[in-house]
Design a binder for this molecule. Structure first.
Ligand code: HEM
Length: 179
């Protein structure tokens, strides 16, 4: 599996170049204007699809309700696992298990057959309040790294994502190359 977002040298070089071109000087803190122009969103979306930090959420049926073929009694508690919906080949295609940011090329609504299936930040009235803030944080941190370094995965890295909340069990050993 092509499991690590920035491990591909071509992708990494392209992103680093984009960051440097956008922010011109080598080391300034990227501003909000520059961050808005960064095209990392597809990569972040795909990472959140395969490795959602929050695996799922619960909901309680406030009344009896029909859900497709299911008749759910009132007060039943539902566990909605985005880990399942994010990996379903019927929704994402046979390549569901592959890291392919391009599936988000036309935005989240066009990436899957069922847009409700993409839930890294939840859905509905109790959806996460922080997606925009989180995206800015990720782009800011990555930009500041890519302005200064390229990086490759160390051969000692063992791919073992563990859950609650999702994180690499043995850490991520990377080799930084100063630019
Ligand atoms: C990658 C980063 C993040 C992920 C993946 C994430 C994911 C989630 C998920 C799955 C929920 C449950 C939504 C639901 O039940 O429908 C949630 C709720 C929430 N998140 Fe986030 N979150 C992130 C970052 C943040 C940040 C940066 C903030 C605050 C600045 C934040 C604040 C909240 C709050 C307050 C709720 C509870 C909302 C409610 O119950 O009404 N989250 N988040």
């Amino acid at each position: 599996m092509d499991h690590v977002s920035f491990s591909h040298p071509y992708r990494l070089a392209r992103k680093g170049k984009e960051v440097i071109e956008l922010f011109r000087e080598k080391n300034p803190v990227p501003d909000d204007n520059g961050i808005a122009k960064l095209k990392m969103t597809m990569i972040i979306n795909e990472t959140l699809r395969l490795y959602p930090p929050v695996l799922g959420m619960t909901r309680t049926a406030s009344r009896e309700i029909r859900l497709g073929d299911l008749l759910l009694p009132a007060d039943i508690e539902l566990v909605i696992l985005c880990l399942v919906t994010h990996n379903d080949p019927e929704i994402w295609g046979e390549d569901a298990h592959l890291f392919k940011p391009d599936r988000f090329a036309e935005g989240i609504t066009k990436a899957a057959k069922n847009t409700m299936a993409y839930l890294p930040f939840g859905l509905g009235p109790r959806t996460c309040v922080g997606p925009n803030f989180a995206m800015i944080e990720v782009k800011l941190a990555l930009s500041m790294i890519l302005q200064r370094y390229t990086f490759t995965l160390s051969q000692t890295y063992v791919h073992s994502p563990v859950r609650l909340t999702t994180h690499p069990q043995h850490g991520v050993q990377i080799i930084l190359h100063a630019l």
